[in-house]
Design a protein around this ligand. Structure first.
Ligand SMILES: Nc1ncnc2c1ncn2[C@@H]1O[C@H](COP(=O)(O)OP(=O)(O)OP(=O)(O)O)[C@@H](O)[C@H]1O
Length: 697
């Protein structure tokens, strides 16, 4: 039984991504600057150009039916809702345990009412037995107070028992839903959101909601009711005493209102800043090699310190706001006590109130003191919970445009004809003045054909490869598989027919077997059939090194297991794509970290095993072009030439330019590829066409 835990193995990216990270605008990938944002933040910051409207909704019908999980995508923006309505959005999660939560609240209310009963007993004892000096009766009074106290304690215990398990169940459900949502949301969403923000929402905010449901909500309801009942009783003793008490507590409501306004935005700020801090930690842990290699550890520390200080300042402002409200919470009841004492003594002298009533009044006011004081704390807790709810629902409310169509088409026996028809694509944050990154791509891959895709860096090759599997949706035109628009297929079916291997090989902290068989849900990983698929895929990817690992294919790799080289990781990622046996294989330069000889072996094996598979291969090395039956040249957002390598060399000046720049880049990166000696004769000796390109140049 193999349990697959999806913990991405973070490794330094291979060859061409690392420099790209460093040269991209700061907002794209190394995004750590999120100064004083508007409340609804957490997304990656806007680029230097002003934030632009979203890409218009794709025209294909499937994009018009976003998946809805526990929430409506047309829901009003969280910030526009009142606090109770914002918190009411938790109801779908809380509904299954609502009964127990209500029982918990009832227990808490009974506990409070029992506490309020003690002053009433006191009144009777002072008025009767104490006034008459009957010790026997006094004992009964004491027993009654003790019994009330014991019952109150039992109810408090019961409250905890009722609410604790349901609150953790709600926490579990929200977390599950959140994680499922993250899995479903498209890559474009993950481009915009910082991982630290998502992490802090997933962990801190959801835990806060558990505490709110278990304690905050229940106590807030119960304490408000207790105060109301207590005030009625205070008025029962004497209207003047009750009025003084009420008037003195009125400023509390005003202070509470003011407090809500300032504390709410402070809470939002601090939760966002905590998310930013988590992002910084995450990025510096992932990028530790780059930071060390460039001696930027100190710089990273300074940046972290600045962010930590900002968070600390916000926390201090929060603490000051809470301190201020506590000042009033403690002062105002004391003023009320003092005024009531003066008025009470005066009323006793006028015989309008008895001593017993005055004693009971002060006992009652003392019992009410904690509920009154706690209101401020519970208020701030409620605002924290509201902010946490907003932050969580910002993710739930994100529109998912990459969803299954209402009535999916089916390609039962795929032939592998992949066609790009007038494909347009632009990223969501592209400026309106920019032309589409893919500006009318027409390209047809015949079944079983291997097509190499070449173009200058940044021309959009990787972007094009993400469209057949719908990692992104086209913004114009269409991509078809065997004549069927890929948006008309269910995502599950589409991704069974089209497999991918990326240059940046992501492996998970699990065994080699589980990593390679990731796309084969249909196979029992322990079955002989799975073994065969695994062996074959590893053989194609020239991943014989696996046999040398301590436990062979059952060796756990990744952060909690064995570390692998870039080339070894790429070979496993390639084996994963091959094992999936797709009709169309999209390879985004997955051989870049291999030495030239291993690459040639992989290519030969791929040709043999994948004879019937259509392949689209992004080529960053001239040798990769050799794998292909035909080559497509991507230039200025269009495919400007398609043909055999030798023909293109002859006919297209831009193609010659691209190939020679690839050669130059490869020579520059000569030592980077796995086991590739700088003075290695390389593929030039194997490929007459490439020599031709040098000659042409
Ligand atoms: N997720 C993204 N969001 C916004 N812009 C992006 C994103 N990914 C890539 N781009 C931009 O799109 C352009 C094309 O990138 P892409 O990676 O497709 O090019 P490429 O031809 O594969 O480049 P290379 O040869 O360097 O790998 C670049 O300008 C890049 O900055």
């Amino acid at each position: 039984m193999h349990t697959i835990v999806f913990t991405p193995v973070r490794r330094p990216p291979p060859r061409s991504h690392a420099p790209r990270l460093l040269t991209l605008p700061a907002d794209r990938r190394l995004t750590q600057r999120l100064p004083h944002r508007a409340p609804a933040s957490g997304r990656r910051p806007a680029s230097a150009s002003p934030r632009l409207p979203r890409t218009p909704a794709p025209r294909h019908p499937s994009a018009r039916h976003p998946t809805r999980i526990m929430t409506s995508t047309s829901a009003p923006a969280p910030a526009a809702l009142s606090t109770p309505r914002a918190l009411a959005r938790l109801l779908p999660f809380a509904r299954p345990v609502l009964g127990r939560l209500v029982l918990g609240a009832v227990s808490a209310l009974i506990a409070s009412l029992l506490a309020l009963g003690i002053p009433l007993v006191l009144e009777i004892v002072v008025q009767g037995p104490i006034a008459s000096g009957d010790p026997g009766q006094i004992v009964w009074g004491a027993v009654a107070v003790l019994a009330l106290g014991l019952l109150e304690a039992a109810m408090v215990w019961l409250r905890r028992w009722f609410v604790l398990a349901p609150a953790t169940a709600v926490e579990y459900d929200i977390r599950q839903g959140f994680y499922a949502r993250l899995q479903r949301l498209p890559v474009a969403f993950h481009d915009r959101w910082q991982s630290g923000q998502l992490l802090s929402r997933m962990m801190q905010d959801i835990s806060m909601l558990r505490r709110w449901l278990a304690f905050g909500l229940v106590l807030l309801v119960v304490n408000v009711l207790t105060i109301l009942v207590g005030l009625v009783l205070l008025f029962r003793w004497h209207w003047l005493l009750g009025t003084i008490f009420l008037i003195c507590s009125a400023p509390l409501w005003y202070t509470g209102y003011r407090f809500e306004k300032s504390y709410g935005s402070l809470t939002r700020q601090s939760q966002d800043q905590a998310g930013d801090l988590a992002t910084s930690v995450e990025e510096s842990v992932h990028g530790i090699r780059v930071l060390k290699a460039f001696g930027r550890g100190k710089h990273a520390l300074q940046k972290f310190t600045r962010q930590a200080e900002t968070l600390r300042e916000t926390e201090l402002r929060k603490a000051r706001a809470v301190g201020l409200i506590w000042f009033w919470l403690v002062l105002l009841p004391d003023i009320a006590f003092a005024l009531c004492l003066g008025a009470g003594i005066y009323l006793v002298q006028l015989n309008q109130v008895t001593v017993a009533e005055l004693v009971a009044f002060f006992a009652m006011a003392t019992v009410l003191r904690w509920p009154m004081e706690s209101i401020g704390f519970l208020f701030s807790f409620m605002l924290d919970a509201r902010t946490a709810t907003d932050r969580i629902f910002e993710v739930f409310d994100e529109e998912n445009t990459i969803v299954d169509p209402d009535q999916p088409a089916a390609v039962t026996t795929p032939r592998g004809a992949l066609v790009f028809e007038g494909v347009h694509f632009r990223y969501q944050d592209a400026a309106p003045t920019e032309r589409d990154l893919l500006d009318g791509v027409d390209l047809a891959l015949e079944p079983g054909e291997t097509m190499a895709l070449v173009g200058l860096t940044g021309s959009g090759k990787t972007t094009l490869t993400t469209l057949p599997t719908r990692l992104y949706d086209v913004t114009g035109g269409r991509v078809t598989l065997d004549g069927v628009d890929v948006r008309d297929l269910s995502l599950k079916e589409l991704r069974t027919h089209v497999g991918m291997a990326f240059e940046d090989a992501t492996l998970f902290s699990q065994t080699v077997r589980d990593n390679v068989l990731l796309g084969r849900e249909d196979l029992d990983p322990a079955s002989p059939e799975a073994d065969e698929v695994l062996r074959e895929a590893l053989a194609v990817a020239q991943a014989g090194f696996v046999d040398e690992l301590p436990d062979g294919v059952d060796t756990v790799i990744g952060e909690e297991g064995l570390s692998l080289s870039g080339g070894q990781r790429q070979r496993l990622a390639l084996a994963r794509a091959v094992a999936a046996r797709p009709a169309v294989l999209v390879l985004d330069d997955p051989l870049s970290a291999l030495d030239v000889d291993t690459e040639a072996l992989v290519e030969d094996a791929l040709r043999e095993v994948l004879a019937g598979t259509t392949a689209l291969v992004v080529a960053h090395r001239p040798s990769t072009v050799m794998l292909a039956d035909r080559v497509a040249l991507l230039e200025q957002g269009r495919v400007t030439a398609v043909g055999r390598h030798s023909d293109l060399l002859r006919e297209s000046a831009h193609y010659r330019h691209v190939i020679s720049s690839l050669e130059l880049a490869e020579r520059g990166a000569g030592g980077v590829a796995e086991g590739h000696a700088p003075d290695d004769p390389g593929e030039g000796d194997r490929d007459p066409d490439l020599r031709e390109s040098e000659v042409t140049r």
